[in-house]
Write a protein that binds this ligand. Structure first.
Ligand code: PEP
Ligand code: MG
Length: 526
């Protein structure tokens, strides 16, 4: 909408008439949004999710204090349109100043204000243009009203220059299954008729795509559609060798996404989120509540919870020493927990309490376990708290070298390939200058993984992978060939990994593992 000018009101327009015009415009916008909410309730699943959002934003148009501040602006000599713009603008600024979730509501509020101004001018509310042909919708941002009423047969994708990942555009686009890239740099430069590839998986928009870009996008699209069809099937090779596919999650609410992508359980719950940003560890009660919230969403399913991994790239002010010159080689993971025994015991206590309240199959593991003695220490301690399955993460090469002994004491091992690669290659995972070493395709990393798989399979100890390597479909097949029993990854990667396994027999996977151990998947730098 063109911004109403800030010129003094025509002397012929008295304040009371202007106030009445605003009041009726606000009432009509309120009614229109409530009507859209009603309609959304009878739409598809995603549209239904929009109904309460629309009802909530409709209330902005019925807010008496907002109406009062608009009236005051009219009394001060502003036109009705300008008073609406400024009145809404004041509250929008307040929302932005609060930041976070509230700041993203400012866009919703702005949309309501624009609708009121449109009504005052007697023009249609700003919205999505009609089109006879399918299109990629490019906008500064979209209102919930727009996103919820988009015609899915026409809208190929959404690109916005504004809006964060928790903006309603992103939330509703996701709920309606619309490909969307929000906050895309340069989106405002796109013109009608431009050809673009909207690559939501990588959060980017490819402009002026070459024939090769288009062919690659078409292939990726076809593969993704095929992979999606397998959702709901358990992970297995072509010949039926099971490889359960689990989700990595960072907070209990991530369970929803894990289910959406067909995860068979959780293979890694990083518990740091409860501790980061706090001045002291959360209480046993707080932790119990969070763990129970996650476990309750996976009745009868495996859920692997990792103990706090403080230190190195995840420093915690109340636990991590400040004077370490090589923090990755310092106090982190289980080493930190042993020094802060109360934190360790409180977390175990909370896990046992959450386990008692829920029906998931809880497995608990410690990060950065160096050898069989540390594994034994943690397993015994965990069991003394009543936990049934207690294991170790394999992230340090020493644990791979001692895997035979570890398999005698641990209930399971989960390989953290991010750290295992960092420590095997002596390359800091946070440093760009040595990033080329940070690949689990390196045969040395694969050798370490093989040592653990061989020991686990010989002694009947389950071995999983929960590092990024599990999310690479080709590498996932190699890991299955090396003898890994389960794979855990970010939920969005599950479709492609499931499809890659389903296309390969176990014998083929073993062959690829052998080739990879010979360096087939690794390109040495320079
Ligand atoms: C890993 O190291 O592979 C892992 C899963 O743990 P994080 O990435 O949290 O260190
Ligand atoms: Mg790690």
């Amino acid at each position: 909408m063109v911004e109403p000018e800030d010129t003094p009101r025509d002397s012929g327009l008295d304040a009371d008439t202007e106030k009445r015009r605003v009041a009726s415009a606000m009432a009509r916008v309120n009614a229109d949004l409530n009507h859209r909410a009603e309609k959304a309730k009878h739409g598809d699943e995603g549209a239904r999710q929009a109904a309460p959002i629309l009802e909530a934003i409709a209330m902005f148009a019925a807010d008496p204090s907002l109406a009062a501040s608009i009236d005051a602006l009219i009394d001060a000599g502003k036109t009705a349109e300008r008073a609406v713009l400024e009145g809404f603008g004041q509250v929008e600024d307040m929302f932005r100043a609060i930041g976070g979730y509230q700041a993203e509501r400012a866009a919703d509020l702005h949309d309501v204000g624009q609708r009121v101004i449109a009504d005052l001018r007697g023009v249609p509310a700003p919205g999505v243009p009609e089109s006879d042909v399918p299109f990629v919708l490019v906008a500064e941002d979209l209102s919930p009203a727009d996103t919820s009423s988009l015609d899915l047969t026409k809208t190929l994708a959404i690109v916005t220059s504004q809006g964060g990942p928790t903006s309603h555009t992103a939330i509703l686009a996701r709920a309606r299954g619309i490909v969307a890239v929000v906050s895309a740099a340069g989106a405002e430069k796109l013109k009608d008729g431009d050809q673009v590839i909207v690559d939501a998986a990588h959060g980017r928009v490819v402009t002026e795509p070459t024939a090769a870009d288009i062919a690659a996008a078409e292939t990726a699209k076809a593969q993704a559609a095929k992979a999606r069809e397998l959702r709901g099937r358990a992970g297995a090779t072509k010949d039926g060798h099971p490889v359960p596919l689990l989700a990595n999650v960072g907070k209990p609410a991530d369970a929803k996404e894990a289910h959406e992508y067909g995860a068979e359980g959780v293979g890694l719950f990083r518990t740091e989120f409860l501790f980061i940003g706090n001045a002291e560890p959360p209480s046993v009660e707080e932790q119990t509540k969070a763990y129970a919230e996650l476990l309750a969403q996976f009745p009868g399913r495996k859920v692997v919870i990792r103990m706090l991994d403080a230190g190195a790239d995840k420093p915690l002010p109340f636990l991590t020493p400040e004077d370490e010159s090589n923090p990755a080689l310092g106090l982190r993971g289980l080493r930190t927990l042993r020094v802060h025994r109360q934190v360790l015991e409180d977390q175990l206590k909370a896990l046992a309490a959450a386990d008692a309240q829920t029906d998931a199959d809880l497995w608990v593991m410690a990060p950065m376990v160096a050898d069989q003695w540390e594994a034994d220490y943690f397993v015994k301690l965990g069991k003394s708290f009543g936990l049934r399955k207690v294991g170790a993460m394999a992230e340090v090469p020493s644990i791979a070298l001692m895997a035979d002994k570890v398999a005698e004491v641990a209930d399971f091992v989960s390989i953290g390939t991010n750290d295992l690669t960092q420590y095997t290659m002596a390359a800091d995972r946070t440093l760009g200058s040595v990033a080329s070493y940070q690949t689990a395709w390196h045969p040395a990393a694969l050798c370490a993984i093989k040592l653990i798989c061989d020991a686990g399979n010989a002694k009947g100890m389950p071995v999983g992978v929960c590092g990024e390597a599990a999310a690479d479909p080709d590498l996932a097949v190699v890991l299955a060939g090396l003898g890994v029993n389960s794979l855990s990854m970010t939920p969005i990667a599950l479709d492609d990994v499931r499809a890659a396994l389903a296309e390969t027999t176990l014998a083929e996977a073993r062959k690829r593992a052998e080739a990879a151990l010979d360096g087939a998947g690794y390109t040495p730098a320079g």
